[in-house]
Ligand binder design. Structure first.
Ligand SMILES: [Zn+2]
Length: 156
């Protein structure tokens, strides 16, 4: 989606965790702890991927999109299908999306990304872009002339 803002990518954390699992520092039971709710969300609202589960390699990962925000009221914290997000983004001013990958075989799960969506995000970005472009072209660079050119001479 073009309107994603403030994207936070958790792939580094995920890689570090997987490294520890493969080194045996962390047991697979500790990372394969998807709750029944999360697995249900994956089954009913999840977005299938072509990526194999990094732990069991039996199943492909499913992405679950959780939405949070004041405007969502009782829907806050619910999982939504990816296709529902653009519609929400047009009707709501702003909401947060958390993307979790889940393996439905072994219960591996990890937060992979979070970002903001919504009408506000769109217009705010456009406004900001417009404003910085105008400021850059109109004002030029403010130069300090005078005081900074005075050299202090005859130091002792
Ligand atoms: Zn798995």
């Amino acid at each position: 989606m073009r309107t994603q803002r403030q994207v936070v990518d958790y792939s580094l954390q995920k890689r570090a965790l997987l490294r520890d699992v493969h080194n045996g520092k962390i047991g697979t039971l500790e990372v394969c702890d998807a709750s029944p709710y999360l697995k249900n969300a994956a089954r009913f609202h999840g977005e299938p991927t072509d990526d194999r589960c990094p732990i069991c390699r039996r199943d492909n990962l499913t992405l679950v999109h959780y939405i949070y925000g004041d405007e969502l009221k009782q829907s806050a914290g619910q999982a939504r299908k990816l296709t529902e997000l653009p519609v929400l983004a047009m009707t709501l001013r702003e909401f947060q999306v958390f993307v979790v990958e889940v393996c439905q075989s072994c219960s591996w799960n990890h937060l992979i990304e979070q970002f903001l969506l919504g009408r506000d995000a769109m217009s705010a970005d456009e406004l900001l872009e417009g404003a910085t472009a105008v400021a850059a072209s109109a004002s030029g660079r403010h130069r300090e002339t005078g005081s900074s050119s005075h050299r202090r001479e005859g130091r002792q």
